[in-house]
Design a protein around this ligand. Structure first.
Ligand SMILES: [Zn+2]
Length: 477
């Protein structure tokens, strides 16, 4: 059951995008809408707090005399997607394409060939990212768009690939329909994001671009089979010592189109979202220590039962997230009980907590609330509690200017859209350290991802690419 709270209005009310009928529903002037969306974005990252604003903006902007319709070749989209899915094909619809595998090499070569076909200049950097460059007439900093080419094992054909291909298709369309841009546009297929072969490599491609790989990493990052990423790079002809050469300092903006991987757009009945930010994520590894005793001889009121404390903490953390409502999430997992026998009061419970919020302030408040609860329960029950933070990614808010540009892009293309945050991590988070970023989400069927069942319709994908192309056009021409 989905609860409603101050942070969310769910299910959407009449007049929200899911119930939108026609452009004649729209009466508000553009300026008021502009204020509305800005206020919305400043507080930001709140997935469904105001569905009306961005959508109503669409029709108000459609009278813009500079409106340009961008044609995207449907058959090219279908052909590229199905051909890309052949590299590492798994079953009927799945893909197994881990970084630096033979399938990965074939996929990257194909991407490079398609960039050449689109009259883009192809560049391969030192970690294997492939860039397609549409040179601008000025030397202003680059506007780049793309996503990762590697997959989960087994994953679907859209996660990552769709963003890399969409950027390429958008650049090709812009080049064909509007010629050379003022500002240089680049599309990119990033080499690694999923951590599916090298679990600690995560974001290898975008980390190289942003200069966040350390000299020890290539030998230290190991695959599930023990092979280092340095050795895997050598096998495909890359010199791991040269990773620094991938670093870029000339990228002004990065836009990542990606499948949503969740159910929100499907529930709203919308093809596309402009992403207001990527959630902050923290992982705690917690130990709760009590006293191991006889399960029969020790009265309840004299126990220091770690399991009793854990039950209360677990319920408390989850209830906090429920009470706060969307977009707050908290997950308790990986529970180890010691000893783990029927007639022993457990002396120790270890568990993990995954908690996320996209708003920088509320994210901190959530962490503090969770920590206070763990301390309070432990103290009252005479347990010792300690934790380590094993993962900590701050929220990555999208650039307000880019949210506005791509919202307008969608509006100009008459693509119905909403704004929402991303609950999953993406390359954009890394790119946000060197550039202004924003993401475009495309509806996922059933919200499914990281499975061969992943699916997005060609119509929705076209809506996403048109939104991307329209925003790039606004920025670069
Ligand atoms: Zn992805």
């Amino acid at each position: 059951m989905i609860r409603s709270s101050g942070w969310s209005r769910w299910p959407p009310k009449e007049g929200s995008p899911a119930h939108f009928q026609s452009s004649s529903d729209v009466l508000a002037p553009a300026v008021a809408l502009r204020d509305e969306i800005d206020t919305f974005c400043q507080r930001g990252y709140l997935a469904s707090s105001n569905h009306n604003a961005p959508f109503r903006k669409e029709a108000a902007l459609s009278t813009d005399p500079n409106t340009k319709s961008i044609d995207i070749d449907t058959s090219l989209v279908e052909q590229y997607l199905s051909q890309m899915a052949q590299f590492g094909k798994f079953g009927q619809t799945g893909v197994n394409r881990v970084a630096y595998s033979p399938e990965w090499v074939a996929a990257m070569d194909q991407y490079a060939k398609w960039c050449s076909d689109a009259n883009l200049v192809v560049k391969r950097d030192s970690v294997g990212n492939i860039w397609g460059v549409l040179q601008g007439t000025t030397d202003r900093n680059v506007i780049a768009s793309g996503s990762h080419i590697d997959s989960q094992t087994s994953g679907g054909r859209y996660d990552g690939s769709l963003g890399a291909l969409s950027a390429l298709i958008a650049l090709r369309a812009l080049n064909e329909q509007f010629g050379r841009p003022k500002r240089t546009l680049e599309c990119v297929a990033l080499c690694e994001e999923e951590g599916s072969r090298f679990p600690s490599a995560q974001f290898w491609g975008s980390r190289a671009i942003t200069g966040r790989i350390s000299p020890e990493d290539p030998d230290r990052v190991l695959g599930w089979d023990g092979q280092s990423i340095a050795s895997a790079m050598r096998e495909v002809g890359l010199d791991p010592v040269k990773f620094l050469e991938s670093k870029r300092e000339d990228i002004d903006a990065f836009i990542e189109l990606h499948i949503e991987q969740g159910p929100i757009l499907e529930q709203l009945g919308l093809p596309v979202a402009i992403v207001t930010g990527i959630t902050g994520i923290r992982h705690y590894s917690v130990e709760l220590l009590g006293k191991q005793d006889h399960a029969g001889a020790f009265p309840m009121d004299m126990r220091r039962d770690a399991m009793a404390g854990f039950s209360e903490i677990s319920t408390g953390l989850l209830n906090t997230a429920h009470r706060w409502g969307r977009p707050t999430v908290t997950t308790v997992g990986r529970i180890v009980c010691e000893p783990n026998f029927p007639a022993i009061v457990p002396g120790k419970i270890s568990f993990t907590v995954d908690c996320r919020h996209p708003d920088p302030e509320l994210c901190q408040k959530l962490y503090e609330t969770h920590e206070a609860l763990m301390r309070e329960v432990a103290e009252r029950r005479q347990l010792d509690v300690n934790w380590t933070i094993i993962n900590d990614h701050p929220p990555c808010p999208s650039d307000l200017g880019l949210i506005d540009i791509f919202s307008k892009g969608a509006a100009i293309q008459r693509v119905p859209f909403t704004t929402m945050h991303s609950g999953a991590g993406h390359d954009c988070q890394q790119m946000g350290r060197i550039a202004k970023v924003v993401m475009i989400f495309v509806r996922s069927k059933g919200g499914r991802s990281h499975t061969p069942d992943e699916f997005s319709s060609v119509e929705d994908i076209l809506a996403g690419i048109r939104t991307l192309a329209a925003g790039l056009h606004k920025m670069a021409y």
